[in-house]
Design a protein around this ligand. Sequence first.
Ligand code: SAM
Length: 359
Amino acid sequence: MQMSNTLTDSDILHYIKTEDRQEMEQLFSAARQARMPYYGNTVYVRGLIEFTNYCKNNCYYCGIRAGNKHISRYRLSMEQILNSCTLGHLLGYRTFVLQGGEDPFFTDERIVSIVAEIHRRFPDSAITLSLGERERESYERFFYAGARRYLLRHETANEIHYQRLHPAAMSLAHRKHCLFVLKDIGYQVGAGFMVGTPYQTAECLVEDLRFLEELQPAMVGIGPFIPHKETPFAQEPCGSIALSLRMIALSRLILPRALIPATTAMGTAAEDGRERALYAGANVVMPNLSPTSVRPLYALYDNKICTREEAAACRFCIEQRINTADMVLDMQRGDQALESINCSAALDQQSIRHALAAQ
Ligand code: SAM
């Protein structure tokens, strides 16, 4: 089996389907080796601020979809957002991720003033946005205000699958277009997908990896689909953690320099899900910095973890989990590595093949 950044479709399908524990271990080990030249054992942290649970979209899988009339909606004020950043900065965070539903209240002007103020107060910190699909001009305005990273999971790279997860008003073509526009503007872009959404096939997952290969994002967010009781997919099963881990490892092999979070959904699907994600090649964690009063309301799926703990408790819980995974917390901004830490150890296809052959 060839395992390199030229993995064939049949290699990928093999790793999606294998039941052989040894092969899985080899895959995870290769992913850790692929990470090593660029990040060593470092795990970067991002302070996540979930600033609105209003959303105009109606994605069939998502708990904050517009059609869910059974949740209380909230928006954080500028002051609440800045307070979360201040607390985060005191706790050592140097990256803030502002994530929310597609909320028309947050016009470009409002986002620009929030980003500019965070940038003014915390010039040493990176600002990441995750607000969904907007026009090029909006993304440019946010960039000039100081945002440098943007998370927009493509969700699935297969057109038919996309249509089965979203209403007709939404399109995969536009979502992909946004990702390329963001990249063109100069953002470090994050794409990604859920594992185990209804109607997903192994071939869809191959397409997801091929799309990542084409886009070459700086960040890749992967986590299991978890049902939410007030969505059309309420009765669907949870995505497999084992398969999610394989997708993380395969993404690491395809994009060795990517920043890949051990997502909250991984930690929700399994108590040790985030540690296992780090073991499979992830290198980022995103503790929650939102005020505890609103956290239960940002319910994308049922039983989401970390909805009660104070920010400081989340920070130390995460540090312990990172240590358990034999990795080291790094509180710096953690931009994407442009070159390997040790050039002589730089990863190439040949060295991955040799590493695997030796196992
Ligand atoms: N509105 C922004 C966007 O569209 O990118 C950011 C918010 S959106 C809720 C963040 C991510 O949550 C989505 O990209 C999706 O992958 C994930 N998500 C939503 N519902 C989920 C579910 N039921 N299980 C797992 N992940 C889910």
